[in-house]
Design a protein around this ligand. Structure first.
Ligand code: SF4
Length: 134
């Protein structure tokens, strides 16, 4: 069963094949494929996506100086919006169906300042959701 941290429960719905190199992209595709027939377990800290990320060092996100704190706050916000918590298991479809409901808040809180917005902005779902205009 794939294990994902909070913010990946939202951001992965806008994945269209771009990421940090082939290993990262391949791993992400595998995870999304597994989620078609398996629930996701919600974890805290580095998850199944992070393990192939070049910015993960000794189990800690080192994307930038305060990355671990910033990402943990992002995870908490995602779980709050989705009404989920660490350790629970949830069907990916249920999460996918919940995203449109909470996206406007997520967009204003995180997408607007995110380095990936130009990538997510190409995604058809991202484009039709309210506030989804980069
Ligand atoms: S723009 Fe950033 S925060 Fe928004 S969905 Fe994409 S990766 Fe997540």
């Amino acid at each position: 069963m794939p294990a994902l941290r909070g913010h990946h429960l939202i951001c992965l719905h806008f994945f269209d094949g771009e990421g940090y190199g082939q290993a990262f992209i391949g791993n992400l595709k595998d995870i999304l494929q597994k989620l078609e027939y398996s629930p996701v377990e919600i974890c805290s800290g580095a998850d199944d996506v992070c393990i192939k990320c070049p910015d993960l060092k000794d189990g800690v996100c080192q994307y930038d100086k305060n990355a671990e704190e910033d990402i943990s706050a992002m995870d908490d916000k995602a779980l709050e919006l989705l009404g989920l918590s660490h350790g629970c298991k949830q069907d990916w479809d249920d999460i996918r169906n919940a995203v449109p409901e909470i996206f406007a808040d997520w967009y204003m809180t995180y997408c607007k300042g995110c380095n990936w917005i130009s990538v997510c902005g190409k995604n058809s779902l991202f484009q039709i959701l309210p506030a989804g205009k980069p």
